[in-house]
Design a protein around this ligand. Sequence first.
Ligand SMILES: [Zn+2]
Ligand SMILES: [Zn+2]
Length: 377
Amino acid sequence: MATETITEQEHLTQIRHYLHQHPELSDQEFATTKYLTEKLRELGYRIITPAGLKTGVIAEIGTGKPVIGLRSDIDALPIQEATGLDYASANTGVMHACGHDFHMTALLGAAEKLAAEQLTGTVRVVFQPAEETHVGAQEVTDAGGVDGLDAIIGFHNKPDLPAGTIGLLAGGLMAAVDQFTVTFHGVGTHAAMPQLGADPVVALAATVGAVQSIVSRNQDPQQAVVVSVTHIEGGSTWNVLPETAWFEGTVRTFDQKARALAQKRFIEIVNGQAAAYGVEAEINWQTGPDVVDNDPRLTKIVAAESRQHFNVVAPTPSSAGEDFAYFSQRIPSVFAFIGSHGNSDWHHADLIIDDAGLVPAVQWYYFNAKRLLSELA
Ligand SMILES: [Zn+2]
Ligand SMILES: [Zn+2]
């Protein structure tokens, strides 16, 4: 038994290190797609990747209902790896800094275990592209890749949780993401004669402060909401007031009401500030992934199964976004955090995650796939 566990660990470690060394950017995961497709074919999976999907792999095993989806993302980030690992990225400027190599390895490991069993129903593995750019889940959905699923589960590794610890909660686990750009159009003039212009810089400065009142004065204090202005630009020298100035940033919320309120107040405040300072505001609001919303009934089932094997904790929801939300809006779903015991956090160039988390992650998919096949029969 002990030897078997070590063998599985070594097997999984080898897969992850290979994937870690060969990261690819969002929607360009061609070699990764080929690697996964070959592995799944060897295991006896039917490859059913829709023609409309350029990268990513979807495959099934078993027959009939129910159809349970297991999802992993496959893309990496435009980050120069600084871990110094012997299996560090061989692809300059690209790194699996979000641990999607860990997710793929876990799902491949589970696919292997499930292939060795007689299943009642169907398991569909969904290796989706382009999570980091928040378009992959929608690409898969649009191509028909999740049609007919009765449920779908997935996870994100969590560097601040120990290996073998599972974080689960019903409802909002990861935030809805919105993105904004605001340009103030004024009238440029000599810095010494502001009365001859309409200054977009003063309007911008006042607005950056004012939008913080959305969190402190408009939202329910029990609701987590983030408004971050991350980039501001205006002007080019010391003695000219520019004609335009702009800023961009993001809003993170955990429910529809808070999300709608944040957008409404943002637009009102920006337009109000523009009016107050005599400039014109041009607002571009882009809607990103919705909140990752765990189905209460399915979460109960997955939590009960998970508690039989792992230490299950109620995690703090993350204000990061996750495009698994596109699935969770359409299909009853559960998204978990699985401990990967890292030295730093997601998207850091020095992030090293612990391979010891792989076996529990494989088991999490495996046990819950089987449990859902029987519960949803
Ligand atoms: Zn990420
Ligand atoms: Zn990620």
